[in-house]
Structures are given as structure tokens and as C-alpha cells.
Design a binder for this molecule. Structure first.
Ligand SMILES: [Zn+2]
Length: 342
């Protein structure tokens, strides 16, 4: 019986995943017919694509012998499919707009216009800015704790969370790097790298949150907090990459870890007398807003700005405030510890 329930649970989960993958746009028979036609002729209305120039047996119609390499051939076919999907989507959306219909999603995504071959130009630009902001925050923290604040006699920093925050900075920069790549070109590999990096960052920042908010300083307690979380996040990443890429499940895991962090910081900011607690409040409220955007997910403006790109925009000031809070915290902890030693 329990087994049966478990199977039903997983069946409904996979149904949710399928439902997310097949959107209203790509279920449309006119769009489907357009793709079929395009892959045969290599054209959508008056636009034709170089990538679709191969005959039915897979041998290119023109071009030198090296164009017939199997790998190149597959790449070309894949590019043709991609171009057809994109231009059929644009053509269909134009027709729908003339009829006064609202935009619909295609393959789980809103119809966005490419700029210089970049699939989601606004999200790419904002991800790159976030990467720069994380780099700036991390470098300024590094300089502060290593050069501007006094060091212990053993040359280590007084601030007890230095190592953890260096690792956090690296994971954050890694995550924004893959976000930039993924929004430029959405393929299976870039999607997996982006999702995995984001989950790793979220999991690690939950560890940092718990350790800082509860002032966990000794190694044994830190390991007891970190080990189960690291194990959970690792299993989840392996599950996504090698078993099933389940969007629904991943959303639940991410929202769960995100909400846990926000609640911890909010309660801490409420009880603490830390001078920079207002920065944490701003981070918590900004993150909450960002989460609402992901859930609300409106259709894009001018085929460029969607809810997802807006949450990347909100992340920029949040990153600034977050590293600013960390710097204040490092100064605050260092001066407290120095007073104690005197
Ligand atoms: Zn993104």
C-alpha cells in the first residue's frame, strides 16, 4: 500500500514536470505545422536559414566535404531545429498579437526576442552585472579582513566567518557565471550547470545563515549543521543531473531552502542589536519580493523584459547590501573580540 502511494506520488510529480515542459504555445497545431514545414523547407514565411540546408538523407545540399562530418551534421540539424522553433514562435506570436491575443509560453518559456543571437539579452546583461557585483563585494571583504582590520597573533582574522564567506563568494560568482551562459544559450548542459550552481549556492548560504545567526563557532557544531545540509544538496543535484530533471521538485527544494533562510535572518534581525540590522531587513524584503516575481511570472514587455529578468535586477542592490552587511559584521565582531582580549 505504502509502495503504491509512493508510485502515485512520483507519477504525479512526473506529470507536473511534463505539464511544465509542454506549454500552451508549443501545443498549438499552427505552431507545430510551422515547425514541420520549416524543417523540410528551411524557411518560415520569407526567412530562410543556412542551417537547414541538407537533403532528406542527411547529406548537405552544398558545401565542401568537411561539412559532411557526422558531428558537424548533427550540430547543423540541431541548429536548424532551434532556428525553426524560434522563428515559428515569432511568426505565431505576431499572428496572435494581430488577433488581440495575449502571449503564451513555448517549451516552458515566454517568447523573447534574440539580440545578436543571445536568447535572453536582458537576463544575460543583468547576470553579468550580478557577477561583477559579487566580485566587487568579495574583493572588498577580502581587503577589509586581511589588510584593514587587525589580525590575530597567528595571522588569522578575528572574524570567525572569513573562510565560510570566501567560499560563499566563490559559489556566488560561479552561479552568476553559469546564469550568464545559460541565458545566452539554453541547452541541456547549460541548463543543468545553471540549476546545479544555483542549488549549491542556496544550500551553502543556508549553512552560512544558520552558523552566523546562531553564532556557531566551534568546529564540531559547525560540522553537525553543515554535514546533513551538504549531503541533502549533493543528493538533490545528483538526482537532477543523472536521474530526472524535475522542475517542480527543484522549485520546492529551492523555495524551502530560501524561506528557511529568510525566516532565520528576519528573526535574527528582530532580536539582535546589531547596528547594521537594517541592511539585513532590506535583504530579506528584497529577496521576498524576488521570490514573489518568480511565482507571479507575468508575460514579457516588448518581448524583452520578463519577471525572471526583473528578479535578476533586484538581485543587484541586494548583493550590494549583503556584502555591505558582511563588512560591517566583520568590523563589529573584530572590535568586540579585541575589547574582550584587552
Ligand atoms: Zn536566471
Amino acid at each position: 500500500m505504502a509502495q503504491c502511494r509512493l508510485i502515485m506520488f512520483f507519477a504525479s510529480l512526473s506529470f507536473i514536470a511534463v505539464a511544465i515542459d509542454a506549454s500552451a504555445g508549443d501545443a498549438d497545431p499552427i505552431y507545430k505545422a510551422c515547425i514541420q514545414e520549416c524543417e523540410k523547407t528551411g524557411c518560415v514565411t520569407d526567412k530562410c536559414f543556412q542551417h537547414c540546408k541538407f537533403s532528406s538523407d542527411g547529406i548537405p545540399v552544398d558545401g565542401p566535404w568537411y561539412f559532411q562530418e557526422p558531428l558537424y551534421q548533427r550540430w547543423k540539424q540541431w541548429d536548424c531545429h532551434n532556428d525553426c522553433q524560434y522563428h515559428c514562435m515569432l511568426a505565431r506570436e505576431e499572428e496572435r498579437e494581430k488577433l488581440g491575443d495575449k502571449p503564451v509560453k513555448y517549451h516552458g518559456k515566454w517568447p523573447l526576442r534574440r539580440v545578436y543571437g543571445i536568447q535572453e539579452p536582458v537576463s544575460v546583461a543583468l547576470s553579468a552585472l550580478n557577477l561583477a557585483m559579487q566580485f566587487h563585494g568579495w574583493v572588498s571583504f577580502f581587503i577589509l579582513v586581511n589588510y584593514n582590520l587587525p589580525l590575530r597573533p597567528n595571522k588569522r582574522t578575528y572574524y570567525e566567518f572569513t573562510g565560510l564567506l570566501h567560499l560563499y563568494g566563490l559559489l556566488a560568482m560561479n552561479s552568476w557565471f553559469w546564469s550568464t551562459v545559460f541565458h545566452s544559450r539554453d541547452v541541456e548542459l547549460t541548463e543543468k550547470l545553471d540549476y546545479s550552481s544555483a542549488v549549491a549556492l542556496l544550500g551553502f548560504s543556508l549553512i552560512v545563515t544558520i552558523l552566523r545567526a546562531f553564532s556557531v563557532r566551534d568546529e564540531t557544531s559547525r560540522v553537525m549543521v553543515a554535514a546533513p545540509l551538504i549531503a541533502f544538496v549533493t543528493i538533490h543535484i545528483l538526482y537532477l543531473n543523472f536521474y530526472q530533471f524535475d522542475y517542480g521538485l527543484n522549485k520546492k527544494v529551492c523555495v524551502g531552502m530560501g524561506v528557511a533562510q529568510l525566516l532565520t535572518w528576519a528573526s535574527w534581525a528582530y532580536v539582535t542589536r546589531h547596528l547594521s540590522r537594517w541592511k539585513l531587513w532590506a535583504v530579506v524584503i528584497g529577496d521576498g519580493l524576488a521570490m514573489l516575481l518568480e511565482i507571479y511570472d507575468f508575460s514579457p514587455y516588448w518581448k524583452l523584459i520578463d519577471a525572471h529578468s526583473l528578479w535578476h535586477a533586484i538581485a543587484i542592490p541586494i548583493t550590494f547590501l549583503w556584502w555591505s552587511f558582511i563588512r560591517d559584521d566583520a568590523e563589529f565582531r573584530t572590535s568586540t573580540l579585541l575589547k574582550k582580549t584587552k
